[in-house]
Design a protein around this ligand. Structure first.
Ligand code: FE2
Ligand code: FE2
Length: 216
C-alpha cells in the first residue's frame, strides 16, 4: 500500500521553477494554434528587435531581454475576445478600448511569474506607450527599464504589424512600411524614437530585412 503521507511530502518538497524558455515556447504553441497571426507577429517582432538592437550596439544580456520581451509583448491579447482580435471589419471605439487593455493585462499576467525579469513585464505594459503618446496613459518614461529598449520594441512592433497580412489588409513591403511609420501627420506615429527609426532605415536600405525573412 502506498504511504500517502510520504508521497505528498515528496511532491511538495520539489522546487518547481518555470524557466522562461519553456514558458515562451508553451505560449507560442498556444497562439500558433489558436491565434495564428499573433504567433507569427511575435516572432517577426523578435527578429526586427534583434536586428535593431545589434545595429544599435546592445550587448548579449539586452538582446536576451528583448528576445523574451518581444516574444511575449502581446501576451495580454489572450484576454481579449477572439472575435474582436480576428475581426475583419472596422472596430468600434469601445472594441478598440478593449484591445488596448492587452498591455495592462499582459503586465499583470507576467507579474505572476516572480522569477521573470521586471523588464520583460514592462515591455508588455509599455510597447504602445511611445514617449508619452499612445497608451496606457500616465506611465513613467523611465522606471528602471532602459527606455531605448522599449523604444526598439515599439518600432519593431509597429513595423511588423504594418508589414504582416491580416484578415482586413494585405502585407506591405519594408520601404512602404517605413514610409507609413514616418508620416508625422498620422497620430499613430507620434513619439516613435528617431534614433531607432534611423536604424530601421539603415537596415532596410542595406537589405538586412526582407519580406522573405517574414513570410516564407
Ligand atoms: Fe500590442
Ligand atoms: Fe504587437
Amino acid at each position: 500500500m502506498i504511504n500517502r503521507e510520504l508521497t505528498d511530502k515528496k511532491v511538495f518538497d520539489i522546487d518547481i521553477n518555470i524557466k522562461i524558455d519553456e514558458f515562451v515556447s508553451f505560449y507560442l504553441k498556444i497562439v500558433n494554434r489558436s491565434l495564428n497571426h499573433l504567433g507569427r507577429h511575435s516572432e517577426n517582432t523578435a527578429i526586427v528587435c534583434n536586428l535593431l538592437a545589434k545595429r544599435m550596439n546592445f550587448k548579449c544580456s539586452e538582446l536576451k531581454l528583448l528576445k523574451y520581451g518581444s516574444l511575449l509583448h502581446d501576451i495580454g491579447k489572450l484576454f481579449v475576445p477572439a472575435e474582436i482580435l480576428n475581426s475583419s471589419r472596422l472596430l468600434s471605439v469601445v472594441e478598440f478600448d478593449i484591445i488596448k487593455t492587452h498591455t495592462s493585462f499582459g503586465y499583470e499576467a507576467l507579474d505572476d511569474f516572480v522569477s521573470f525579469p521586471k523588464d520583460i513585464k514592462y515591455f508588455a505594459l509599455k510597447h504602445h506607450y511611445r514617449n508619452g503618446f499612445g497608451y496606457p496613459k500616465n506611465l513613467l518614461y523611465n522606471n528602471g527599464t532602459d527606455p531605448l529598449l522599449v523604444d526598439i520594441l515599439t518600432v519593431a512592433d509597429s513595423f511588423s504589424a504594418i508589414m504582416e497580412p491580416r484578415t482586413y489588409k494585405n502585407n506591405v513591403n519594408t520601404l512602404k512600411s517605413y514610409e507609413i511609420m514616418s508620416d508625422e501627420t498620422n497620430d499613430k506615429n507620434k513619439g516613435l524614437n528617431k534614433e531607432v527609426m534611423d536604424s530601421l532605415k539603415y537596415l532596410i536600405d542595406n537589405k538586412k530585412i526582407s519580406l522573405n525573412s517574414f513570410f516564407n
